[in-house]
Structure formats: C-alpha cells, structure tokens
Design a protein around this ligand. Structure first.
Ligand SMILES: Cc1cc2nc3c(=O)[nH]c(=O)nc-3n(C[C@H](O)[C@H](O)[C@H](O)COP(=O)(O)O)c2cc1C
Length: 188
C-alpha cells in the first residue's frame, strides 16, 4: 500500500527539520528534509531521504558530500523557503541571505553551512539506497558543531512547532509499582 504525501497517516510523526546544503552541477543549494536521522554513533552516520530529480539530489550524487544543519526555532521561515522552492529555479541561498539568514563555508566539505542552526554536521556520502519514492543518502560525519542555546524546530502535521514542556516522570510510588510489575514478568 501507499502512505502518500499529505495523508494524515503520513503526518503523525514528529521530526526535526534538516537544512540540507550541497554544491555541485546546480550550484550552492539548500533544501528542507524532515526525514533527517542520526542512525549510528560509531561511526557517526546520518541518513537523509531525498526525492530524485531535484537540485540537492543531483548535487549530492555528483559531489558525494552534503551538509546537515538542524533548524532552530527561529529558522521556520528559512525551512519554509528552502522546502517550497526548487534549486533549479531559484537561487535559494541568495534569497535567504537577502532575507537576513547567514551561511558560512563548511570546514571539511565543499558546501555552505547554516549559521544559527542547532547543530551543523558535515557529511561525506557513504552509501546511497534507492528505495520507493526517495533515495536514502547515508553520510558519515566528518565535522560536527553544536550551537549552545539554540532549540530545535519541530515538524508535525504539516506545521512547525517548538517543544515547550518535558513530561514529568512518574512519582516514587508509581515507579515502585512499575518496577514490581516488570519484575513479576521477567522471562524465566
Ligand atoms: C518542512 C519540510 C520538510 C521536507 N522534507 C523533505 C524530505 O525529507 N525529503 C524530500 O525529498 N523533500 C522534503 N521536502 C521538500 C523539499 O525540501 C523540496 O522539494 C525542495 O524544493 C527541494 O529542493 P531542491 O530542488 O533545491 O533540491 C520538505 C519540505 C518541507 C517544507
């Protein structure tokens, strides 16, 4: 069966917004990717799932590297511009710079990184998997920089969100009841 774009069964996930930067035949580009995942600690690997035919897809295929900047809560406009315009039609980097957003050159790869993001990770392409509608590009982290104080932008149900409240842990009595119940169900 399909789980199509916009179907409520496809929009219940809560994700980060990865701002994927690349350079290649289409020039410097940026796109938004909700399907941006940290998939290994050692080595540090990220997976981004990108639809074929666009500027980012072609750039990554050709350059074998890409940047991942995890969007911060004050970068929703950037995420929207990067995610609703095609790099083959619009110089999104120039447009975003004119809108006041800043970029800096990556340290280890040939791409721009987004200033003010929660986290900037520079990746070298390790593997490419053609699966269904999207290609999974697995990148190995070669440089990772945290920007303390920034909070990640969340994406859910087609809208941008900010996380505001951590759910409190159960109290000691409830924790004890849970521990006893789990202990009673240990496999022999
Ligand atoms: C919040 C958001 C998340 C998105 N996530 C993805 C994604 O995970 N994968 C994808 O292929 N496109 C995703 N898109 C759409 C691309 O960002 C869009 O197709 C963009 O124009 C591609 O840029 P490019 O043509 O310059 O490569 C998303 C768009 C938005 C607004």
């Amino acid at each position: 069966m399909d789980l199509p774009w916009g179907d409520p069964r496809s929009t219940q996930f809560i994700t980060n917004v990865g701002l994927i930067t690349s350079d290649g035949p289409n020039g410097p580009d940026i796109m938004s990717s909700e399907w941006t995942h940290h998939i290994s600690y050692s080595p540090g690997l990220l997976a981004v799932c990108i639809r074929p035919g666009g500027a980012t897809h072609e750039n990554i295929r050709s350059s074998k590297e890409f940047g991942v900047s995890i969007a911060a809560t004050d970068q929703n406009v950037m995420a929207s511009v990067a995610g609703t315009n095609k790099g083959k039609e619009v110089d999104k980097i120039a447009a975003l710079q004119e809108l006041g957003f800043k970029f800096r050159p990556a340290k280890q790869i040939n791409a721009l990184m987004v200033e003010g993001a929660v986290l900037n990770i520079e990746c070298r392409l390790k593997q490419e998997l053609a699966l269904g509608s999207h290609t999974v590009f697995v990148g190995e982290a070669v440089e990772a920089t945290l920007n303390p104080g920034k909070k990640p932008l969340a994406y859910h149900a087609g809208q941008f969100w900010r996380l505001t409240e951590a759910i409190a842990k159960p109290g000691p009595t409830e924790l004890e009841r849970i521990a006893k119940t789990v202990a009673a169900h240990q496999r022999k």
